[in-house]
Ligand binder design. Structure first.
Ligand SMILES: Nc1nc2c(c(=O)[nH]1)N[C@H]1C(S)=C(S)[C@@H](COP(=O)(O)OP(=O)(O)OC[C@H]3O[C@@H](n4cnc5c(=O)[nH]c(N)nc54)[C@H](O)[C@@H]3O)O[C@H]1N2
Ligand SMILES: Nc1nc2c(c(=O)[nH]1)N[C@H]1C(S)=C(S)[C@@H](COP(=O)(O)OP(=O)(O)OC[C@H]3O[C@@H](n4cnc5c(=O)[nH]c(N)nc54)[C@H](O)[C@@H]3O)O[C@H]1N2
Ligand code: SF4
Ligand SMILES: [Mo]
Length: 741
């Protein structure tokens, strides 16, 4: 398979021909070609890469316009330092790096290593995420590192690990979707959040399969469904339990599968049976006949899947909610069967790989756990340090942001405050829950360093801003939502003043006494990551850049036995999950694992675990003062905090600013007309945005997208109540009232 491996791009070829690479944004990681074309925005023409299997050439508007964010017109191209004037002013790299190294070292020596924090991002390549985790633990010696992926799929990750022993968002390729019989899509608006993936669902329906969408709003995705259930936000847990109750009551369980492949059914069954369908109807607002219809469609299909996204996951009970959906799948014999099972649609470009290689508070590379002695020993050996020198687990993302700064009264309240922060690839001022508080905490820091490609709202608060290179200007691997490791190749030279995140970390490490151990060549980092991940759950040791190019990506786990450590506890045996005939073993090494769990789950006994879960209310339910529910999410043309996409004219024309989606009846009660500003008020604050009247939303619920800063910032309102297991904030439900603005 290596014989026809395409050549890696070189500086020479880059200047003249099309480079195969991938979009900078979401977890689909659509393949695209980039060809130098001076007249185009960013100097690059986007060329269709129809041979790449995931998107077959299709791109959404964000992907098509991504090169314009490469342009130095909108980019950071020089380091900035906050001077005596109070303003951010240009500086040399030398001065900026010295300043950062001094600032971080000063905080550490005055207040201890845990007074320095690191906040990463799920958009970073595997190489960067790996290096950031290593930099935090070795150079800074801090336990205080976490990342924005905590806000993304952490509930699904926690539930997947509990049930299956490993967390890979989709345990099967997207290509299985058109051939299954029924898909329940829970809280995903993929028609807007990963448009080229819609094709898999239209093909499913063309093949006679059924699509059920569960979303309190009638979205573009819901429009495609055979059945659309519109529960009250925050009640998916009850909905799943009600369906499981009906499955049992109607005798639709797969007893042979339950006996052969699972544990814990009696307890999970008992918990579900306490959720009577009539009670579930009352909690969720979904009429019982619809619930029955959904159960029938799901159970009558020979093959079926449940896929969740942020709707049910971004709740203070997100982990239990996903467990309830997994229970439904297990009771009906789906996971580990062909064309069937449970999957989570991961969100950020490297949302999957970014959670595997050590930028998470409790984690080491290869999805190893920091608290596991054998894992520490293995990784410490790869890093050439003593296992005892590695710090333990730290705080989760929101808890870390909440612990920033020791000003005023907080100095006494928070002896363990984080006083200096290195922020790489996230914009929490816009995207974190209870954002006004988070912004205040960031302003209270002694020292804030931001590495970014643009001057984001968070970068504006920094003491030092370091301008870094991005996707098309550098090479690195990403792991898409299917667990497919792909290679983003450099297609263009970066602007003069920009340096890669890897280079920044190397320079800082050197200034802080680590001359070695921080290579800047991505492939060299990847070779080290292969060894560090060997024998871990997310085992990349058999993957090489060359193989990725030759095979359109390689699915982990992909072990190389020659790199495996002697013993690693809890590592499972990935090869055993991999008896799929489509995985053609050959002399070239392990073929990778497109489909997991066909023989066994990654638990010690090989069985999937039912979790007994029960409904509970949202952290904040409506009351007289705050009678409505707010839920939040995305629109097609903007990406996340908008730091990148708000710089693109055509995207701004399509989605110019925030809005409040509300039902015409609700608007009438309020006396608000289409386009008029309305104020949404929660216990955290007040946001104002134009009303968008729509019959596509429940009358007790309003929706706001979260892509904008300022007055219309949705996260001014959101509730930072955390899931007890995943530490996911409750972005998808809080109590609000509306006022005329
Ligand atoms: N255009 C665009 N695409 C993106 C992104 C982007 O910012 N913009 N971000 C990427 C990232 S990081 C992610 S995580 C994904 C997210 O992808 P999605 O999960 O598809 O996106 P969201 O809009 O956050 O939420 C999906 C739906 O959940 C619904 N929902 C709200 N509350 C509830 C609830 O209580 N229960 C249920 N069942 N549904 C509910 C909302 O109405 C919404 O339609 O998108 C990725 N793709
Ligand atoms: N209310 C509400 N809030 C939410 C959500 C929601 O549904 N509702 N969703 C949550 C979710 S799922 C997510 S994933 C978060 C995302 O929210 P954020 O973490 O704010 O995500 P981005 O806006 O993608 O921020 C990425 C930043 O990194 C920069 N960047 C891009 N590439 C690189 C690089 O290679 N290196 C460096 N150093 N920087 C780079 C970008 O310019 C940008 O400033 O938002 C969360 N917030
Ligand atoms: S769907 Fe996602 S990966 Fe594909 S072009 Fe759009 S933003 Fe990029
Ligand atoms: Mo996300």
């Amino acid at each position: 398979m290596n014989a026809d491996a395409p050549a890696r791009e070189t500086g020479e070829t880059r200047r003249t021909r099309t480079t195969d690479t991938h979009c900078p944004y979401c977890a689909l990681q659509c393949g695209m070609g980039l060809r130098p074309e001076p007249a185009e925005p960013g100097g690059l023409l986007v060329v269709e890469r129809s041979a790449f299997p995931v998107n077959k050439g299709a791109l959404c508007g964000k992907g098509r316009t991504a090169p314009s964010v490469l342009s130095s017109r909108v980019r950071l191209v020089r380091p900035l330092i906050r001077r005596a004037s109070g303003r951010l002013e240009p500086a040399s790299w030398e001065e900026a790096l010295d300043r950062v190294a001094e600032g971080l070292a000063a905080t550490r020596s005055a207040w201890g290593a845990d007074a320095v924090g690191v906040f990463g991002g799920g958009g970073l390549t595997n190489e960067k995420a790996y290096t950031l985790g290593k930099f935090a633990r070795l150079v800074l010696g801090t336990s205080q590192i976490d990342y924005n992926g905590r806000f993304c799929m952490s509930s699904a990750a926690a539930a997947g690990t509990k049930a299956f022993g490993v967390d890979r968002g989709l345990p099967f390729p997207l290509d299985d979707i058109p051939r299954t019989g029924c898909v329940i899509l829970v809280g995903s608006n993929l028609a807007e959040t990963m448009p080229p993936a819609l094709r898999y669902f239209t093909e499913l329906r063309a093949n006679g399969g059924r699509l059920i969408v569960i979303d309190p709003r009638r979205t573009r995705t819901a429009e495609q469904a055979d059945l659309h259930l519109t529960p009250r936000p925050g009640t998916d847990l009850a909905l799943a339990l009600g369906m499981l109750h009906l499955v049992v009551a109607e005798g639709r369980t797969d007893e042979a599968y339950i006996a052969a492949r699972t544990t814990g059914w009696p307890q999970a069954r008992a918990a579900a049976m306490a959720h009577w369908p009539e009670l579930v109807e009352r909690i969720t607002g979904v009429p019982l006949p619809q619930l029955r219809a959904a159960v029938r469609m799901f159970c009558e299909a020979e093959h079926a899947m449940v896929l969740t996204a942020r709707g049910p996951e971004q709740q203070a009970k997100g982990t239990d909610t996903v467990s309830a959906w997994i229970n439904l799948c297990l009771a009906t014999g789906r996971p580990g069967r062909p064309l069937s099972g449970y999957g989570c649609l991961t969100g950020q470009g490297n949302g999957q790989g970014g959670r595997e290689h050590g930028q998470k508070a409790d984690q080491l590379p290869g999805y190893r756990m920091l608290a596991d002695a054998a894992a520490r020993e293995h990784v410490a050996r790869v890093w050439g340090v003593e296992p005892d020198s590695l710090p333990g687990p730290g705080r989760s993302a929101y808890e870390l942001l909440d612990a920033l700064g020791a000003d005023g009264d907080r100095a006494a309240q928070r002896p363990d405050a984080v006083r200096a922060l290195l922020l790489m690839a996230s914009n929490p001022v816009v995207s974190a829950p209870r954002a006004a508080h988070v912004e205040e905490r960031m302003r209270a820091l002694d020292f804030l360093v931001v590495c970014d490609v643009v001057l984001s709202e968070s970068a504006r608060l920094a003491d030092v801003v370091l301008p870094v290179t991005q996707w098309a200007e550098e090479t690195g691997t990403m792991t898409n939502l299917e667990g497919r490791v792909i290679l983003r190749q450099q297609a263009v030279e970066p602007p003069e003043g920009c340096r890669s995140d890897l280079w920044v970390m190397r320079e800082l490490a050197a200034r802080m006494g680590w001359e070695k151990g921080f290579p800047t060549d991505p492939e060299e980092v990847f070779e080290e990551l292969r060894r560090a991940s060997a024998g871990g759950k997310a085992d990349y040791s058999g993957i090489t850049y060359r193989r990725i190019l030759a095979e359109d990506g390689v699915f982990w786990p992909c072990p190389d036995p020659s790199l495996a450590p002697g013993t690693v506890s809890g590592a499972g045996t990935p090869g055993e999950m991999n008896d799929d005939p489509s995985n053609d073993h050959s002399a070239a090494g392990h073929p990778g694992t497109p489909r997991m769990f066909l023989d066994r789950f990654a638990t010690p006994d090989g069985r999937a675990r039912f979790l007994p879960v029960s409904h509970r209310p949202a952290a904040e339910e409506p009351d007289e003062e705050y009678p409505l529910l707010l839920t939040t999410g995305r629109v097609l043309a903007q990406y996340q905090s908008g730091a990148q996409t708000r710089l693109v004219d055509s995207l701004n024309e399509a989605a110019p600013g925030p809005f409040v989606q509300l039902h015409p009846r609700l608007a009438e009660k309020l006396g608000a007309a289409e386009g008029e500003p309305v104020a949404v008020v929660s216990r955290r604050g007040r946001a104002v945005a134009p009303a968008r009247l729509s019959r596509d939303i429940r009358q007790d619920t309003v929706f706001m997208p979260f892509h904008w800063p300022g007055e219309g910032r949705a996260n001014t309102l959101t509730n930072p109540a955390l899931d007890p297991t995943s530490r996911m904030p409750e972005f998808k439900v809080c109590a609000v009232r509306l006022e005329r603005a």
